[in-house]
Design a protein around this ligand. Sequence first.
Ligand SMILES: [Zn+2]
Ligand SMILES: [Zn+2]
Ligand SMILES: [Zn+2]
Length: 330
Amino acid sequence: MMELRWDLTLEEWVVIASHRSERTFFPPADYCPLCPSKKEKPKTEIPSSNYEIVIFENKFPSFCKSVSNQPLVTGKKEILYRRAPAKGICEVICYTPRHNLTLTDLPTNRIENLILVWQDRYRELGKYSFIKYVFIFENKGKEVGVTLSHPHGQIYGYPFIPPKIKKELEASFDYFKKKRKCLFCEIGKREKKEKKRVISQNKDFLAFVPFYAHFPYEVHIFPKKHLTSFHSFKKNDTRNLAEIMKKVLTKYDRLFGFSFPYIMNIHQAPTDGREYPYYHFHIEFYPFYRAENRLKYLAGSEEGAGVFIGDLLPEDQASQLRKLRHNTIR
Ligand SMILES: [Zn+2]
Ligand SMILES: [Zn+2]
Ligand SMILES: [Zn+2]
């Protein structure tokens, strides 16, 4: 069973995908469904014996392209408990055939290829009229609840604009209305000027711990130019994004000396056919360690009230990350 239910108290959709509770949970160490298929071994999700980057539809999706088995949309009279078909697309994207690597270990040109694939999927999924938002993300590490350790990310084609993006769109629209300027461009300029939260930069991108960081060691990557989505990326932008991502990821692994878990989110313009000239492409990383052996748990204040409480100054976190070398570890 798969459907959307409207939470009128928060004015947001919740996806109910009850079949997902049967999904693969920590398979045995010698079987990985994301490794290339090898002779005499059980077949994996990937039939070929090697690959560079692979994309396929998630076997246990939260959304479904065909909606035949799904409940009908609620009638107009139903105001309190609305439901709708969970029509969307969920894809898995494997970064490398090598099981024990992470995104951090990939050379910059391979990260660049991955970004090109992301751009392609953003374009292709965005073409479907029922997909209003293409969300590219990676959950990394068992601390974040990842069941498959093979390096991979995901792409969700949502049939609506997710609440967090909606909030950002509204805030940047309001700012634009008042100041006739892009909110994100202004934040980027301020960070560049103040320097103390910047951890790395190149010609086209700035990586920094935001003034208003919600998570410990949270890092955002902004293009210095006003780019609203992958649509407006040029070759150099892709190259320089790969370069700065490699630096941020390497610094993360060096921070506590182990492969650093995080949630990586790509925020960009929706694909609902409207123009969002006031919005600005960016990547957000949410880590879960606040010290070498101390995890940050989201608890009552964060989950119940939406108020994040941190115990580290963003400026100090930035200075720690900035000082770390960013050449490759392995
Ligand atoms: Zn694997
Ligand atoms: Zn901008
Ligand atoms: Zn954002």
